[in-house]
Design a protein around this ligand. Structure first.
Ligand code: GLN
Length: 207
């Protein structure tokens, strides 16, 4: 997929099949990107990057297949299209998924093993501070039936871990090359630093 090579307002597609699409569109706009919801293959042209929202990864997978988006997006990400995934989006970027539904697949791209719904039924949703490498001060992490990262390959940089509570130390933010993933949802808190960081990464790649 051709990437545009100019402009400081990167055109970023937000996979808009299910999940918190609007929140990502708003956050991306607020940090100076040009976001577009993506529902069909024609809308994949000329993107500088893609965002995979939180939601339900099994549903996103099924709808991506049904809409003919699964293979084109998988190939684009494998070919280097920058991508950021939050929560279900993190699962979609994992090369290996534990506790996947039968037949569930992701786009892959990050050499990591994630466990779905890892924090357990008792603590379906919770909030915790996450120290994110490269950011000034912790991020308030909102976790909703979130995955965690159980294992990463050598090419993966661990950016953040849960800072307190029973799951302290669990990996919840990673980067591999042009791919960024968080188990939590910065799009829900009004803290724009993770989106800003992603857009910086996209801009740096364009130069
Ligand atoms: N548990 C969901 C899944 O497996 C992710 C939840 C979320 O994105 N908030 O996709």
């Amino acid at each position: 997929m051709p990437n545009r090579t100019s402009g400081s307002t990167p055109r970023i597609g937000v996979l808009a099949l299910q999940g918190d699409v609007r929140e990502h569109l708003r956050a991306l706009r607020a940090v100076g990107a040009d976001p577009h919801p993506i529902r069909r293959t024609g809308e994949l042209a000329d993107l500088d990057a893609v965002v995979l929202p939180g939601g339900e990864s099994t549903t996103i997978y099924k709808l991506a297949v049904a809409f003919g988006l699964f293979e084109p997006l998988r190939e684009a990400i494998a070919a280097g299209l920058p991508a950021y995934g939050s929560c279900a989006g993190m699962i979609m970027l994992a090369d290996r998924i534990l506790d996947a539904a039968e037949g569930q697949r992701g786009f892959g791209g990050i050499d990591m093993t994630v466990r779905r719904n890892a924090f357990g039924r008792q603590v379906d949703s919770f909030e915790a501070e996450v120290d994110l490498a490269g950011l000034d001060g912790p991020v308030h992490g909102v976790f909703i039936r979130a995955p965690w990262v159980e294992q990463v390959g050598e090419a993966v940089t661990v950016l953040g871990r849960v800072g307190s509570g029973p799951a302290v130390g669990r990996i919840v933010a990673v980067r591999q090359g042009n791919l960024l993933a968080t188990a939590f949802h910065p799009e829900l808190t009004g803290d724009l630093r993770v989106h800003a960081r992603f857009v910086d990464l996209v801009r740096a790649r364009q130069r």
